[in-house]
Design a protein around this ligand. Structure first.
Ligand SMILES: [Cu+2]
Length: 324
């Protein structure tokens, strides 16, 4: 199905979104034209032809009433469930999706690949791979929009919004900012380059980053002296961060929270907001000292600590197994 008034389709999601839009528009069109046609016909058929003509009360048909209530009812409720299905699919990130970060900034889009590669405006991704986008902003509200994928997500400062896509064809597609964000909003554009897997890998190699996100995060952890309190061998002053990512954290004053990206960001920018049970609120805020991308790198680093901790416990388990 190719209609000139839709942007090109580069994902299965785009096809689904177009199908439901087209259905809704067609139904409205048919109903609209039908109503006008019946209106016109009745107007002509039963028009007043003499000045002294008087109308008479008609009789109603229950069958007719039921038909024209039930049929549209089914159509519209069906449309609701269809829309809900697409909506949920669009918002539920597949577990095997690879995570990329998108940061909006007046007036550019910045991307971080899991490998540590960075890009501005141009965004290279592999085809047929579910890709999770964590979208945020460095300044004002922007909106990351790729019409060919039918993907649009607001980039809100201080918040991580997620969405995902899986491009099903290679090519170059437009990226826009879809939220008016200042003087050069219209220049806040980029290109999405969907590549074959091996081309993408070649591209990554050709643009070898100095280090992965987690490694940059480790360097920042060092530079900002996080390690003076968060030592991996002592939890006296501050909690050990190994393995906290994705775990439940008990908070001062009761309550637990899952240590996700948003929680870790808040812990760094506004440490007093949620204090870990058993600790003093002595952590200083890093508000204004770290850029959004640097916070993302720290998060990746903390996440990587989790993996290390896991493999360490596995190794420890293996060792104790051997000992028996
Ligand atoms: Cu913008």
């Amino acid at each position: 199905m190719k209609l000139p008034f839709f942007p090109e389709q580069a994902s299965a999601m785009a096809q689904q979104v177009d199908a439901i839009s087209l259905f809704a528009v067609s139904i409205s069109f048919v109903a609209g034209v039908g109503i006008v046609a019946v209106l016109t016909w009745l107007g002509l058929r039963y028009r007043r032809s003499h000045r002294d003509e008087v109308g008479s009360a008609g009789h109603s048909s229950n069958l007719l009433e039921i038909i024209w209530s039930v049929i549209p009812g089914i159509i519209f409720i069906g449309l609701f469930f269809w829309g809900a299905k697409i909506y949920f699919e669009n918002y539920r990130i597949p577990p095997d999706a690879v995570r990329y970060y998108v940061v909006g900034k007046q007036w550019m889009w910045k991307y971080q690949h899991p490998s540590g590669n960075r890009e501005i405006n141009d965004f290279h991704v592999p085809v047929d791979t579910p890709i999770e986008l964590v979208v945020t902003s460095e300044d004002v509200i922007h909106s990351f929009f790729v019409p060919a994928l039918r993907v649009k997500r607001d980039a809100v400062p201080g918040r991580y919004s997620t969405t995902w896509f899986e491009a099903n064809r290679t090519g170059t597609f437009d990226i826009f900012c879809a939220e008016y964000c200042g003087a050069e909003h219209s220049l806040m554009i980029g290109k999405l380059h969907v590549m074959e897997q091996h081309d993408y890998e070649e591209w990554l190699e050709g643009n070898e980053p100095a280090q992965s996100l987690a490694m940059s995060g480790a360097a920042l952890f060092e530079q900002n002296s996080c390690g003076t309190c968060h030592r991996s061998d002592s939890s006296a002053r501050a909690p050990i961060l190994d393995g906290i990512y994705g775990r439940e954290i008990a908070l001062l004053g009761g309550g637990v929270i899952v240590a996700d990206d948003a929680y870790i960001r808040e812990s760094i920018m506004n440490p007093q907001a949620k204090v870990v049970a058993g600790y003093q609120p002595i952590m200083p805020t890093f508000q204004g000292q770290l850029r959004e991308e640097e916070i993302l790198e720290l998060i990746s680093y903390i996440q990587s600590l989790g993996k290390k901790a896991e493999s360490r416990t596995e190794a420890a388990a293996a060792v104790s197994d051997e000992g028996e």
